[in-house]
Design a protein around this ligand. Structure first.
Ligand code: PLP
Length: 395
């Protein structure tokens, strides 16, 4: 059975072009860029070329603003934790209720160790309360961390507006978790009022194990790892040259990619047909598709369990998830959907479908073919069968 992979917000396939670019650095070009001999030393230029590719793709002013890390979680943790370490007098942090665990759990931890954290609310469509941000900003606000695109719903936050409000009302530094947005929508850090920006390679066709943190020139962070002085003394440890080269190539590929409209069209077809065909289906996240990532749709099937849908689709060869891959072991309803005030009976039955450039119309047709049957079988097994039939009759 051929695998249909609709879980690209969890991770993506390494692009063949990316694999080809990194391969020599795993085989023949295995030197250490810090070595004195030419065999190692020559790899320095590969690392710096990759840094330039990332900087150009993000619209950074200078490649020295890019530091390679191991993943998005590291970039987020360094940005927020590092800023607070550097500025011990600024203990007020602002973030949102719908951040990925990499930011949310860190901020929960910061609150336990004496920082004051303000959690910004979202509405039922997942949109951010900008007035809440205005009210929350204070003289001692050190850092504001807001994601660009939500990993579960795909809802985009108006980062330029957020940055402008921060600049108008405070001296706080602005960190953006851009992990889900990179490779899916244009990024322009030169013009955006953003100081720190996290990304992760495996979300856009580079391998796992490499990410980056953009640190705007003039913003000071202590080193994330102290040691040999690599990465301009900001993150020690021998560079993962192959992964870094892969990240640079993935940025270049993403820059050249012009198939976003096709991904969007497939997503729209999936979303439209599921919402119209399946009686207990409802969309999570704004209905305004321009305010969502083009590859993501999150749909609840009320009164059925998301885990059961995932398992039955898995048997049929389709990979989806109930939400963030990091929380897939937990039987709680998604914190993101709870923050959006989605009723519990719907939040428990939510499924995230996330597409990539490798999905085809046949993948979507197959999913549309099997999913109604899966939901029908779960409705038959549900103690709420009569309520569900009534929902169907009303639709
Ligand atoms: N931020 C967001 C919005 C994410 O979706 C993820 C991963 O799902 C991360 C951060 C963490 O990235 P990584 O898996 O590279 O640590």
């Amino acid at each position: 059975m051929e695998l249909i992979y609709l879980d690209n917000n969890a991770t993506t396939r390494v692009a063949p072009e990316v694999f080809e670019a990194m391969q020599p650095y795993l085989t023949s070009l295995y030197g250490n860029p810090s070595s004195a001999h030419a065999f190692g030393r020559n790899l320095r230029s590969a690392v710096e070329r990759a840094r330039e590719q990332v900087a150009e793709f993000l619209g950074a002013n200078d490649s020295s603003e890019i530091v390679f890390t191991s993943c998005g979680s590291e970039s987020d943790n360094w940005a927020i934790g590092g800023f607070l370490e550097q500025n011990p007098g600024k203990r007020h942090v602002i973030t949102t209720r719908v951040e990925h665990e990499a930011v949310r759990s860190l901020c929960e931890h910061l609150a336990e160790i004496g920082c004051e954290v303000t959690w910004l609310e979202v509405n039922e469509s997942g949109e951010l309360d900008l007035d809440g941000l205005r009210r929350a900003l204070r003289r001692d606000t050190g850092i504001v961390s807001v994601m660009l695109a939500n990993n579960e719903t795909g809802v985009l936050f108006p980062i330029e507006d957020v940055g402008r409000i921060i600049r108008e009302h405070s001296e706080a530094v602005f960190h953006v978790d851009g992990v889900q947005a990179v490779g899916k929508i244009p990024i322009n850090l030169r013009d955006w009022p953003v100081d720190l920006f996290a990304l992760s390679g495996h979300k856009f066709h580079a391998p796992k194990g490499v990410g980056a943190l953009y640190i705007r020139r003039g913003v000071m962070l202590p080193p994330f790892i102290i040691g040999g002085g690599q990465e301009q003394g900001r993150r020690a440890g021998t560079e993962a040259v192959a992964n870094i080269v892969a990240l640079g190539r993935a940025c270049q590929l993403a820059n050249e990619f012009n198939g976003h409209d096709q991904i969007r069209a497939l997503r729209d077809k999936l979303e439209d047909e599921l919402l119209s065909k399946i009686p207990n289906a409802r969309l999570n996240g704004t209905a305004d598709r321009d305010k969502r990532l083009p590859n993501t749709t999150n749909i609840s099937f009320e009164y059925v369990e998301g885990e059961n849908i995932v398992a039955m689709l898995d048997e049929a060869g389709v990979c989806v998830s109930t939400g963030s891959a990091c929380s897939s072991d937990s039987h709680e309803a998604s914190a993101v959907l709870r923050a959006m005030n989605i009723p519990y009976t719907a939040a428990r039955g939510s499924i995230r479908f996330s597409l990539s450039r490798y999905n085809t119309e046949a993948d979507i047709d197959y999913t549309l073919n099997v999913l109604p049957g899966v939901i029908e079988r779960l409705i038959e097994m549900s103690p709420y069968e009569s309520e569900l039939r009534a929902l169907g009759a009303r639709k």
